[in-house]
Design a protein around this ligand. Structure first.
Ligand code: PLP
Length: 415
């Protein structure tokens, strides 16, 4: 089989994975809206035996339910970036979002610990910029819980719409500092504590705060599944991984697993504007230049990128902090143009944090030189970013250059 055909097969794997996730949600919604039996049959719990066997990637078996589509996602060589840099840049594509497996493990861990019991009216609460909330809403429905999602109100609006279609309760709040009680994570915790206090009918039902930033189940699932999947699919022949961090669970879990097997592996953070993590890695102090210069426009991280960048240290980041060898920044303009470049060259339609990851991969390829294998992740698709990161109007209004000229190359985009 020619290299071209092989690449084509990987691409098809990605498309089929995404479509399956989306249509499962649609079928479920139809079913749920028509009738929701109190005790329809479900598996008792989701365990690792449910995931497809080691070495398999999605598409070789019939899976059971939406949660059966989570995990075992294929690596793909990004043709354009690999050719431009002389490195093999690989990309792990989760079916819908990298957060699906995190949400599944958070809920499963709470069940295993006897905290959550399905079909008793319990509600899972989470503070999120969207991805983890959408994954929680999907899995909560599949397993017999309600979902209550607290989000900052400045995210791409399709994420709120998707949550509502998944029957989650969505509470939007102004983006404020973590020291504020109304900050989205703090409010989700409070809502979980308040749950059921004034309602005598909720006997047995609990409000469970998923707490993706501090909950180690986030790190654990990347350590137990994402890291091993990358190792299996590359045969351990990896020189570097490069990732942005929100909670830090992905970076910490994957890097801890892979560094235990490949001690020479280099681990890189790539950070969007306004985030303090870059400074933390480079100089040991969490600090964003935007804070000092008084140029900051928003209370969170000052970037069009959603899902990565943060100005506090979380347990999930801390768990893998010592693995990080170096850090790079990626500007909004670089991320926006990288995303457009990947559509033009590879037909890849990616979300904002994935674009930052690709900018980081190019910087790492330049540092290491040709002939190396660099792994990064596709966190989600551009479909969740149509009205912001992918909106020309939004970018124009916010002064972010987005137009790609026909002469633009990787070298003119990532400077
Ligand atoms: C779209 C997206 N990409 C990347 C990340 C970062 O992953 P992590 O939280 O594991 O650092 C997130 C986290 O919320 C996200 O929503």
């Amino acid at each position: 089989m020619s290299a071209h055909n092989t690449n084509h097969q990987w691409l098809w794997g990605i498309l089929v994975g995404s479509v399956l996730t989306a249509s499962s949600i649609k079928v479920y919604n139809q079913f749920f809206n028509e009738k929701h039996p109190a005790h329809r049959p479900r598996r008792d719990s989701l365990d690792e035996s449910h995931l497809c066997p080691p070495g398999n990637v999605r598409g070789m078996e019939i899976v059971d339910g939406v949660d059966g589509l989570i995990g075992n996602t294929p690596l793909m060589r990004i043709r354009s970036l690999s050719e431009a840099t002389g490195c093999t840049i690989l990309f792990l594509n989760p079916g819908g979002s990298a957060k699906d497996r995190v949400a599944l493990n958070i809920i499963k861990t709470a069940e295993d610990e006897g905290i959550l019991h399905p079909d008793n009216g319990s509600t899972v609460f989470e503070g999120t910029v969207g991805s983890t909330g959408i994954s929680i809403a999907m899995i909560a429905r599949a397993k017999g819980y309600n979902a209550w999602i607290v989000m900052p109100d400045d995210q791409a609006k399709e994420k709120y719409q998707l949550l509502e279609k998944l029957s989650a309760t969505v509470e939007k709040v102004r983006p404020v500092s973590i020291i504020d009680k109304k900050q989205f994570v703090n409010l989700a915790r409070t809502r979980a504590q308040e749950f059921g206090k004034e309602d005598s009918n909720t006997t047995g039902a609990i409000g469970y705060f998923a707490d993706q930033f501090e909950n180690k189940a986030n790190y654990d699932i990347h350590y137990k599944t994402t890291g091993p999947e990358i190792y299996r699919q590359t045969g351990g022949k990896i020189d570097a991984i490069v990732l942005g961090a929100g909670t830090g669970g992905t970076l910490s879990g994957i890097s801890t697993y892979l560094k235990s097997l490949i001690p020479r592996l280099k681990v890189y953070l790539v950070d969007p504007p306004g985030s303090g993590l870059y400074h933390k890695v480079k100089h040991g102090i969490l600090y964003s230049p935007f804070e000092a210069e008084g140029t900051r426009r928003r209370h969170q991280v000052d970037t069009v990128v959603e899902g990565i960048g943060i100005n506090r240290l979380t347990q999930n980041f801390d768990l893998g902090f010592e693995n990080i060898d170096n850090a790079y920044r990626a500007t909004d303009e670089e991320a926006v143009k990288m995303a457009r470049y990947l559509v033009r060259e590879d037909g890849l339609f990616i979300g904002s944090s994935s674009a930052v990851n690709c900018v980081g991969a190019v910087r790492v390829a330049r540092e290491l030189g040709p002939g190396h294998v660099i792994v990064t992740l596709l966190n989600d698709s551009g479909q969740r970013h149509l009205t912001k990161f992918w909106s020309d109007d939004y970018l124009r209004e916010n002064g972010i250059a987005y137009e790609l000229s026909k002469d633009d190359t990787v070298d003119t985009i990532v400077r």
